[in-house]
Design a protein around this ligand. Structure first.
Ligand code: SF4
Length: 374
């Protein structure tokens, strides 16, 4: 008999997690989620790791859902005091049909003109397309769908067993199309790229083609992480359902290492994804959503370009010191309290070079970007 889901309502003290600066993947500065635990129960989900999970037994993760019943009220208070920036929010697992907390949190974002990013595995997000379209008109919205295979993949049935409680990828692609039709930035997060299942050239090309065909503008990919109790849980799933994969995964995941750390396979896959994205006219990085009228729009664009370059250099195995030059310069521009174009206008190249952690060479790089953007 299928296991029943238990809902545990509670009132946390905090809902909005503030990060020092926007990350270079999704460009979010804040995170705010209404539930802990996820009924989609994907076998590979890193949220079962101890640092994210309130569950001693990882099997409870998909069947015991902690519901933050005061999430909208907490969010309203928190963002009244926060600088406007992108919030990573929304959770459209089946619990959302009953509690509607994601919707209420979006209503708060609309009230305050806060931009929103949602990463989803369920087409239930379409229920809130009206609200998201409205937020997009006043602030900005970006969405991405977690999709790791298409029905064209040779391993489709096996991959579906890893996420069998989640709606099918076809439904997610159809939802993506609806967002694209409303002019809302959307794309695919191929996360996680399961070795030996999802990382075949055929599957990568199929996902990228389906994304482009459904109006998506990017495909982001990252590897699987396996730590502590989630690592044990996942290897038990493999042993039970996919015993032929256990040896391969032990090779890819010696305890404590991430995918590709051993043989550089991650870099090869990322380069293939880049090549395929170019073929289908989309990006392998998520374009940074910019709020209309944002005074720091140029600063943010420059950070985006530096971060894109940094990613490219990582794929090309550039020297670590070069990577740090770009990373620190991107952080410095992100942290500026002034508009970088104003600094350049009033103080020229010397002004850019005097920004802490930018310096002479990166100052010239930033100058070049400013001239290109103008
Ligand atoms: S939908 Fe996302 S959060 Fe939910 S179990 Fe799957 S990977 Fe985890």
């Amino acid at each position: 008999m299928p296991r029943r889901t238990e809902f545990i309502p509670y009132k946390p003290k905090i809902i909005l997690n503030k990060h020092k600066r926007a990350d270079h993947w999704f460009w979010t500065r804040y995170t705010a989620y209404p539930y802990k635990g996820c009924q989609h129960g994907c076998q590979f989900c890193y949220c079962r790791e101890q640092k994210f999970s309130p569950f001693d037994d990882p099997k409870d993760f998909a069947y015991t859902i902690h519901v933050k019943e005061n999430a909208p009220q907490l969010l309203r208070k928190a963002i009244a005091r926060a600088k406007t920036d992108l919030i990573f929010t929304g959770d459209y697992q089946p619990a959302e049909k009953k509690f509607k907390l994601s919707r209420q949190m979006l209503e708060v974002c609309l009230e305050r003109n806060f931009p929103v990013f949602i990463l989803e595995r369920s087409p239930l997000i379409l229920r809130d397309l009206d609200l998201l379209t409205e937020i997009n008109a006043h602030a900005v919205v970006a969405t991405a769908f977690s999709i790791i295979s298409t029905p064209d993949s040779a391993y489709y049935e096996r991959i579906r067993q890893m996420e069998h409680l989640a709606p099918s990828p076809e439904k997610r692609f159809k939802a993506m199309e609806q967002f694209a039709l409303k002019g809302i930035q959307t794309g695919t997060c191929m996360m996680p790229l399961l070795p030996e299942l999802c990382d075949t050239d055929e599957n990568l090309e199929s996902i990228i083609k389906w994304t482009a065909d459904h109006g998506g503008s990017f495909v982001l990919a990252s590897g699987l992480t396996l730590s502590d109790q989630q690592r044990t849980f996942f290897f038990n799933v493999l042993a039970e359902r996919f015993p032929d994969l256990v040896l391969d995964y032990e090779k890819h995941y010696p305890a404590g290492k991430s995918y590709g750390a051993v043989d550089g396979s991650w870099r090869r896959k990322a380069l293939k994804i880049r090549e395929l994205c170019e073929k289908y006219g989309i990006k392998d990085r998520m374009p940074r959503p910019i709020i209309p009228g944002d005074k720091f729009a140029t600063n943010k664009r420059i950070v985006e370009i530096l971060a894109d370059k940094l990613y490219q250099m990582e794929l090309e195995r550039a020297h670590k010191s070069r990577l740090w030059d770009y990373r620190k310069a991107a952080w410095a521009i992100e942290d500026l309290k002034q508009e970088v174009k104003l600094i350049y206008r009033t103080m020229g190249l010397k002004g850019l070079q005097s920004i802490e952690n930018v310096g002479e060479e990166m100052g010239r790089v930033v100058e070049g970007l400013l001239l290109e953007l103008n």
